[in-house]
Design a protein around this ligand. Structure first.
Ligand code: CDP
Length: 211
C-alpha cells in the first residue's frame, strides 16, 4: 500500500492549505474528506432533503455510487459547511464517506502516496498511516481567517456570527458520538497560528526529520 499522511484539525485550522502544500512538495495525491461531506450535503440539498430526514438520506445514499471529488466554489458556502457537519453525525453517512475515501486510495495514480485531511482520518479511517498530523489554531484566529475568506468569496458575513458558528462547529465535531474530532494517537501537532512560513518550517522539520 502507498504511503498515507493524515491531517486532522478543527474547522478553519488551515488543513486544506497545509495539505495542498504537502501534496505539491512531496508529490502526494491530496484527498480532502471534508469535500466529500460537503458534496453529499450539497447533493441532498439539491434533492430538497433536510439534514434531519435520516431515512430519506439513507435511501438517497443507496443511489450514489461515486461522489465527485471536484472542488467547487459553491461547496465552500457556510450553509453547506453547516449541513455537512450535521450529516457527519450520522453513522451510515460516515461509513459511506469512509468507503468513498478507501475507494479513492485504491484508484491508480502516479503519485507516491496520499495526504488526506479531515476530522477522523488518523484516528479512525487510516489508523495505520505512516504519519499523522494535527493542526491547531486558536478559535479567534480561525474565525478571523474564515471571515476574510468568506468576504473574499463575495459572501456577506458578520464576524461575530462566524465566531459563533465556528464555536458551534467545534462543539458538534468534538462531542459527537461517532468519530469525534480528537488528536489521533501518535500525531504530531502543528501550530498554524502564525505565518505560513512558520508552519512550513514545522512541517519540514517533521517530514524531513523522519525521512
Ligand atoms: O473547511 P472546514 O474545516 O470548515 O470543514 P471541512 O473540512 O470542509 O468539513 C466540513 C464538515 O464535515 C466538518 O465541519 C465536519 O463536521 C465534517 N467532516 C467530518 O466529520 N469528518 C471528516 N473527515 C471531514 C469533515
Amino acid at each position: 500500500m502507498k504511503k498515507i499522511i493524515t491531517v486532522d484539525g478543527p474547522a478553519g485550522s488551515g488543513k486544506e492549505k497545509i495539505s495542498r502544500y504537502i501534496a505539491r512538495k512531496y508529490k502526494l495525491y491530496h484527498l480532502d474528506s471534508g469535500l466529500l461531506y460537503r458534496r453529499l450535503a450539497y447533493e441532498l440539498e439539491k434533492k430538497n432533503i433536510k439534514t434531519f430526514q435520516v431515512s430519506k438520506i439513507k435511501s438517497a445514499i443507496k443511489n450514489f455510487k461515486k461522489l465527485s471529488l471536484r472542488k467547487a466554489k459553491m461547496l465552500r458556502k457556510e450553509q453547506i459547511g453547516k449541513a455537512a457537519s450535521e450529516i457527519a453525525k450520522i453513522d451510515f453517512v460516515r461509513d459511506f464517506i469512509n468507503s468513498q475515501q478507501r475507494l479513492a486510495t485504491k484508484a491508480p495514480n502516479k503519485k507516491k502516496g496520499f495526504i488526506i485531511d479531515g476530522r477522523d482520518i488518523g484516528s479512525v479511517v487510516f489508523k495505520k498511516a505512516s504519519l499523522k498530523l494535527y493542526i491547531d489554531v486558536d478559535v479567534n484566529i480561525r474565525a478571523k481567517r474564515r471571515y476574510k475568506q468568506l468576504i473574499d468569496n463575495g459572501e456577506k458575513s458578520i464576524y461575530l456570527n462566524i465566531l459563533k458558528d465556528i464555536k458551534l462547529r467545534d462543539k458538534t465535531d468534538k462531542t459527537r458520538i461517532n468519530s469525534p474530532l480528537v488528536v489521533p494517537k501518535g500525531a504530531k501537532i502543528i501550530d498554524n497560528s502564525h505565518t505560513f512560513k512558520n508552519t512550513i518550517a514545522q512541517i519540514r522539520n517533521i517530514i524531513e526529520g523522519i525521512n
